[in-house]
Design a protein around this ligand. Structure first.
Ligand SMILES: [Zn+2]
Length: 341
């Protein structure tokens, strides 16, 4: 309360606010920690994954015991929030954030926070923010780089004004495939939460209305101001009013292949996939070969539910068959990690 710009009134606003954090991994976890310690009164946490040992390098809410016991991230994160501030009203949902459930999770939210590992979910959050007129803070970090900016419905550009379409499947790096430097997570989360906390406290800062990117491998950062003028008159979401991702027409679908312990993943994105480029990027994770227009191989660092290995068959149109489990959630997780959508 003694910090310039804040006051008792601002602190009361924070206590009355409700943040919905989608994804409780690296960026989500670092954001949750900052939000609860700032005094946010209510947190809704959504994540479909369980904690794994390889997460601990960057996912600061979790400890070794969570990984040993494969605790769902949403549960482990909620427990940690209660331990930090028992007065914070927190709910953890072990669920896949998708068009069918997005509105119900956002009901009564003061802000939407991005802790996602896939672009489709971010475009869904953007649609949701515009439709329900809730501010959304975009955040991402992979490798040594990070990016964040706020979507303030009606007062600035949305995600699709800046990036009309998500990148083609397999074209953007993912944390599991390319790795991520822990400090890049802390920096991206710190910047994103400085926007979020000031918005929730009712002390927004003009400097926060910008897209900020950084690259810790060379020590550079970029900043682009995002006023109303940065809105695109051709934006499919905020200018044309389409909600392609919220209405479900752009959702990735899955189909369990009967009796084959496999799931087919069908991304909705336009454009094909560069199989040769993806083959190079997947090399650290197993032996992958291209044959008859398909990229095939076995992932060395992932165990299937029965202790075996996942096999991937990826087609040039972005379709993939994940062999090793008949669970759609497991296939989506593998797809998001190693191909990316
Ligand atoms: Zn827009």
């Amino acid at each position: 309360m003694i910090l310039p710009g804040f006051s008792e009134e601002a602190q009361v606003r924070l206590r009355r606010s409700h943040a919905v954090v989608v994804g409780c991994g690296a960026l989500g976890g670092a954001s949750i920690d900052l939000l609860v310690r700032a005094g946010v009164g209510r947190l809704t946490l959504i994540d479909r994954d369980v904690v794994e040992e390889s997460n601990l390098q960057r996912q600061s809410l979790f400890v070794d015991d969570d990984a040993r016991r494969s605790v769902p991230k949403a549960e482990a994160a909620a427990r940690r929030v209660r331990a930090i501030d028992p007065a914070c009203e927190v709910r953890g949902w072990v669920d896949d954030f998708r068009s069918e459930n997005a509105r119900s999770y956002a009901e009564g939210a003061s802000i939407l926070i991005d802790g996602l590992d896939n672009f489709e979910g971010r475009y869904l959050l953007n649609d949701l923010a515009l439709e329900m007129r809730i501010p959304y803070v975009y955040g991402a970090a992979v490798g040594y780089e990070g990016l964040c900016f706020p979507v303030l419905p009606g007062a600035g550009p949305c995600l699709r004004c800046l990036f009309p379409e998500p990148p083609a499947p397999g074209s953007a790096p993912t944390c599991d495939r390319a790795g991520v430097f822990g400090p890049a997570i802390a920096l991206a989360a710190g910047h994103a939460m400085s926007i979020a906390i000031r918005l929730l406290a009712g002390v927004p800062c003009e400097a926060d209305r910008a897209l900020v990117g950084f690259d810790l491998s060379v020590g550079t950062s970029t900043r682009i101001a995002l006023g109303v003028g940065a809105r695109s008159p051709e934006c499919p979401a905020c200018a044309l009013g389409r909600r392609d991702f919220l209405c479900g027409s752009r959702a990735t679908r899955t189909a369990t292949l009967c009796g084959r312990n496999s799931v087919q993943v069908l991304p909705s994105g336009s454009g094909g996939i560069d199989l040769a480029l993806l083959q190079t990027r997947l090399t650290p994770h197993g032996s992958f070969t291209i044959d008859a227009g398909r990229l095939r191989g076995e992932l060395s660092g992932e165990s299937t539910p029965d202790g075996g290995r996942y096999e991937l068959t990826i087609f040039a149109d972005g379709r993939a068959i994940v062999h090793g489990s008949s669970e759609p959630e497991a296939a989506l997780r593998i797809y998001a990690r190693y191909i990316g959508h």
